[in-house]
Design a protein around this ligand. Structure first.
Ligand SMILES: NC(=O)c1ccc[n+]([C@@H]2O[C@H](COP(=O)([O-])OP(=O)(O)OC[C@H]3O[C@@H](n4cnc5c(N)ncnc54)[C@H](OP(=O)(O)O)[C@@H]3O)[C@@H](O)[C@H]2O)c1
Length: 320
């Protein structure tokens, strides 16, 4: 659906940056809210109508732009990665995320806006066992999942009140930033360990950040209102496979270190340790049934691309 007016919350973030590129390249007009003046300037330089504001502040010019949107894409979340992820920090995330959603949804005009793509996360589904699961699976939240749950479980109420919500559930979104840079690429570059969980390999369902952003844009036109879509590539892999491919692409070896859960928790915090401790083999059949196709159907194709993009932004010398 070309030529939409799309309101984006979270446009300056990891997925949002890619989303903007895809939306502007497809000829859409974009309004975006950001708390930061410097982010607003960077967004304006790309052709976005950026408004400085805060979703947690119910007043603000962003509400006017929101009411004129054909589609709304909600990618905003309180800060997640960086620093030690304690349970207290995750609990605060949960409360703020819920409040942010409430403020955003309250300001939308359902008579004007055709779709709201709400971006959640597959950690809400959590432990899926050894079978491939679809969106009808019973959620058993793990990692970030329990902290996303209050916001996700409020969505049916908003839909019942007439908001045209389509929910996207990305898996592990890898690319040249965010957690993938912090926990995998930077340690590999610096000759430091990439930590994993000792014991059997746990499968996860990854997606390249560019495909994730393209899928979210696709859902603004093709997502069925009230439905959920897993945004994951074709091939679940053992979680450590992403680091192995990245190490090969960087030309380094031997930096993986597997720890028992208790030590991992001490090192990276409970939320991240739990994120490595469950099986998540998810199907993208529903997303594909809407006509979406991936540029990077597997992480074997996508991770080397992400590493090259990261090296272009971070050309520091490698330590072997
Ligand atoms: N990254 C992943 O691996 C992953 C995996 C699964 C699901 N997801 C989901 O995908 C979505 C986007 O994730 P991400 O990694 O791209 O996020 P991110 O990089 O952490 O970016 C968060 C964004 O939220 C905005 N924001 C935060 N608080 C705000 C507030 N009070 N008012 C307005 N804007 C606010 C920030 O904008 P300013 O700082 O400019 O204000 C920033 O653009 C999230 O819902 C996340 O749960 C991500």
């Amino acid at each position: 659906m070309p030529g939409q007016r799309i309101f984006v919350a979270g446009a300056s973030g990891f997925v949002g940056t890619c989303f903007l590129r895809a939306a502007l390249a497809a000829g859409h007009e974009v309004d975006a809210v950001t708390r930061s003046k410097s982010h607003a300037e960077a967004l304006r330089a790309q052709g976005v109508n950026a408004i400085v504001g805060d979703l947690l502040n119910s007043e603000g010019a962003w509400r006017k732009a929101l009411r004129n949107a054909d589609s709304v894409v909600h990618l905003a979340q309180p800060q997640t990665f960086g620093g030690h992820l304690t349970k207290a920090r995750a609990t605060q995330y949960s409360v703020l995320r819920f409040d942010m959603d409430r403020a955003l949804f309250a300001a939308i005009d359902p008579a004007r806006t055709r779709r709201i793509v709400y971006v959640a996360g597959t950690s809400y589904y959590g432990e899926c066992g050894s079978e491939i699961c679809d969106e009808n699976a019973m959620p058993l939240p793990r990692g970030w999942g329990p902290y996303l749950a209050p916001a996700i479980e409020a969505l049916p109420d908003y839909i019942a009140r007439g908001l045209p919500i389509v929910a996207a559930f990305p898996g592990w979104v890898y690319g040249p930033g965010s957690w993938f840079a912090q926990y995998v690429l930077e340690p590999l570059r610096d000759g430091k360990p990439v930590y994993g969980l000792r014991g059997r390999a746990r499968y996860t369902s990854p997606v390249h950040v560019e495909d994730c952003a393209r899928a979210i844009l696709h859902l603004t036109g093709k997502g069925e209102i009230g439905n959920r879509y897993f945004v994951v590539d074709d091939a679940p892999v053992p979680g450590e496979r992403l680091a192995e491919i990245a190490a090969n692409a960087l030309g380094v070896t031997g930096h993986g270190r597997k720890l028992p859960f208790i030590l991992l928790k001490l090192l990276v915090g409970r939320v991240i340790a739990e994120s490595l401790a469950y099986e998540s083999r998810l199907s993208n059949n529903r997303l594909k049934s809407t006509g979406f196709s991936f540029n990077f159907p597997t992480c074997e194709q996508g991770v080397p691309h992400a590493v090259r993009a990261w090296l272009q932004k971070n050309p520091a010398p490698m330590v072997e």
